[in-house]
Design a protein around this ligand. Structure first.
Ligand SMILES: Nc1ncnc2c1ncn2[C@@H]1O[C@H](COP(=O)(O)OP(=O)(O)O)[C@@H](O)[C@H]1O
Ligand SMILES: [Mg+2]
Length: 251
C-alpha cells in the first residue's frame, strides 16, 4: 500500500497574523461533478500566495469559486474577504467587494483600444489606479494606448488584463496562469510588475503551471490535489522539498 505523506499536517501553526482572505472548507460542483472538495486556506494582507497543483487539481475551479462565478457552485463553506462574506455574494458583488479574477484567457475586449479597455473597467465605482499610473506600471501599454487590445502580443495582453483589474479598487488579485505561453523575458517583466503591485499593498493569489517561477515570487504556497489541500506552507519549503515537488507538481 502506498501511504502518502501528509504535508498538510500542522499547516496552521505558522499562521499567526489574521487572514485577509479566508477560504474555509469550500465544496463546489459543476452540475453533478464534485470538484472542489473541502478546500481551506488563508491569505494574509499584502502577501503573494502560489496556488499550485497538477493539471486538473482544481486550481481554476477554486479561483472561480472564490470570485463567485456561477460555476462551480459552492454548496458548503465560507469565503471571507476583509470581514465581508463573499460566499453570500454573486460575482458582481464579490468584484465590488474587492476580488479581481484575471482568467487564463485574459478576455481582452475586441474592437476596443488598450485605453478603452481600461476606461471600460472604470465605468462604475469603485475606481482604482488611474490610467496614467497604470501606464507607469506598464510602459508598453502606454506606448500602445491607441492600439486595439486584441492585436497586442500575448505578454502585452496579459499586462492589459492585470492593468484592467487594477483599474478598479481591488483588495485581492487572483491570477490564473499569467505566464502561460510567454517567453522568459516577458515572464521576467510581468514578475517585476507583480512585485511592484505587492509593494503597493495588493494581495495576490497566483495559479501557475510554471511552479518554480511562481514559488520564487510567492511568500507562501498552497498545493491542491484532486480538489483538496495537500500542502500549506512557505514557498521556500516547496522549492527545497524534492519529494513534495515530485509528488504533487511533477517538477
Ligand atoms: N465546466 C466544467 N464542468 C465539469 N467539470 C469541469 C469543468 N471545468 C473543470 N472541470 C473539471 O474539474 C477538475 C478541475 O479542473 P480545474 O479547476 O480546471 O483544474 P486546474 O485548474 O487545476 O487544472 C478537472 O477534473 C476538470 O475536468
Ligand atoms: Mg486551470
Amino acid at each position: 500500500m502506498n501511504v502518502k505523506p501528509d504535508f498538510s499536517k500542522g499547516r496552521n501553526l505558522a499562521e499567526t497574523a489574521p487572514a485577509f482572505l479566508s477560504v474555509w472548507d469550500i465544496h463546489a460542483y459543476y452540475g453533478e461533478s464534485y470538484i472542489v472538495q473541502g478546500v481551506d486556506f488563508n491569505v494574509h494582507e499584502g502577501e503573494i500566495l502560489a496556488l499550485l497543483g497538477r493539471n486538473g487539481a482544481g486550481k481554476t475551479s477554486t479561483l472561480r469559486a472564490i470570485a463567485r462565478l456561477d460555476n462551480p457552485a459552492i454548496t458548503h463553506g465560507e469565503v471571507w474577504l476583509d470581514h465581508q462574506p463573499l460566499h453570500l455574494m454573486n460575482s458582481y458583488k464579490a468584484a465590488q467587494a474587492g476580488i479581481a479574477l484575471v482568467p487564463e484567457d485574459r478576455r481582452i475586449i475586441a474592437g476596443l483600444t488598450v485605453e478603452e479597455n481600461l476606461k471600460l473597467a472604470q465605468i462604475a465605482p469603485p475606481i482604482g489606479w488611474s490610467i496614467e499610473r497604470l501606464y507607469e506600471l506598464f510602459p508598453r501599454l502606454g506606448e500602445r494606448r491607441m492600439q486595439e487590445g486584441v492585436t497586442l502580443s500575448g505578454g502585452e495582453q496579459q499586462m492589459l488584463a492585470i492593468a484592467r483589474a487594477l483599474a478598479r479598487d481591488i483588495k485581492v488579485l487572483l491570477l490564473d496562469e499569467p505566464y502561460e505561453g510567454l517567453a522568459p523575458v516577458i515572464v521576467d517583466e510581468i514578475e517585476r510588475t507583480l512585485r511592484t503591485i505587492k509593494e503597493q499593498g495588493i494581495t495576490t493569489v497566483i495559479v501557475e503551471q510554471n511552479a518554480v517561477r511562481a514559488l520564487e515570487l510567492a511568500d507562501r504556497s498552497v498545493i491542491l490535489d484532486t480538489g483538496t489541500v495537500v500542502f500549506d506552507g512557505s514557498a521556500a519549503e516547496v522549492l527545497q522539498n524534492k519529494e513534495l515537488r515530485e509528488e504533487y507538481l511533477a517538477i
